[in-house]
Design a binder for this molecule. Sequence first.
Ligand code: 4AD
Ligand code: MG
Length: 456
Amino acid sequence: MDLVDLFKSKKIGDKVKLEGWIRNNRDQKEFGFIDFFDGTCLKSLQLVYDNKLDNFKEVCHYHVGSSIVVDGELVKSNGKQDIELKVEKIELLDDADEDYPIQPKRHSMEFLRSVSYLRSRTKTFQAVFRVRNVVSFAIHEYFQNNNYLYVHTPLVTACDCEGSNQMFKVSTFDFDNIPVDKDGKVDFSKDLFGKQAFITGSGQLHGEAFAMSFKKIYTFGPTFRTENSNTKVHANEFWMIEPEIAFCDINGVMDIEEDMLKFVVQRVLDKCPDEIDFFDSFVEKGLREKLEKLVKSKFKKITHKEAIDLLKKAKVKFEFKPEYGEDLAKEHEKYITEYFNSPVFIYNWPKDIKAWYMKENSDGETVAAVDLEVPGAGELIGGSEREVDLEVLNRKIKEFGVDKESIDWYINLRRFGNCYHSGFGLGLDRLLMYVTGIENIRDVIPFPRTPGNCEY
Ligand code: 4AD
Ligand code: MG
């Protein structure tokens, strides 16, 4: 049976059969203890064995990491848990070699990253990926409960949403023999799609087409960016949720973001109490309180200009001077989130530093864009109301140098039953950092892809 069901429903005196792995094995002369886990819950179970077992001597030498099948009776325990298993029979399926890297001691996160294919067996990563699972399900639950359609936007695309210089190129060309045209330029007409293609950096444009058909939609899938950023919050492959809502303006989208985040965090608090306690003790002190506070709080909202005002007044020496009309540096985001000590919406951004598809405000200087900043993970969500004025949109496409041909269909959406609409992109991995307290994005992704790293 699964350990999770055992802890839920089994009583002292029950006989059970379990399959799983040894986290630790300590033997004394006449008896021994195995710290046993099977991955179905964070808790492990203590197995107690004694020299009445035929194979007592061998059991004493089972190594950490070995897989076993065990039969026994649940008895009262004086240890950390109220029950333990008195072993009646234990069978070794595979003894882990002595050089098994995960030993019962504290390993550094850097070391564990170097053995990503095994680190998911440690308590820390069991907790991380269990929360990742619950968060993903809760996101679907939130949108499904609120009449959103889940849409699978393409991963291979010729459309330029967040900038084609940010996208990985897709080709079937033989790299040693790339066809060129008469000017010596790569001849993409000879490639599989007859044009240049990329792996997507965002499903938003296709999401907008579906929002014009289904009113409320969301995507949830992997996203790829080529940025060569060696930071704690950037990965080249990450998961993004991109809702798009017709008949919704920038204020509406802020409300949805706040409502959704509170729902997801509440689900984590309800479904992962052991994991949150674990992170609270070993990763981020005060995590539970932070999450409980988030659910009850009202998120702060400030304009980009107000954010700069606040930074200019700060009695902190910043490396980068905060300026109106300019982007916020990491240190600025950090100051603002710590100042409010809660998630903060920053809206109405200078138009030149934000994407081409964002709605221009009547001041002629800003766009109706909104980022949600949180302590630790920084920018958790980026969103905006979309530009629906055909003339303005065409001008922006030109100004930003976007390949118009590849998105003529997107522009047409503004001609066939156009309506005001908004959407956002939530970085799942950054959300995981926020709810677990884990400081590096590499440690919330099962097999992270970052510059210089495509191991496993
Ligand atoms: O701000 P971004 O680039 O926005 C978009 O892609 C829009 N098309 C979203 C939309 O309006 N539909 O990315 C959205 C979010 C960021 O706020 C961040 O959480 C995450 O995606 N993100 C990354 N996460 C990890 N590694 C990276 N390199 C990321 N780039 C963005
Ligand atoms: Mg952004």
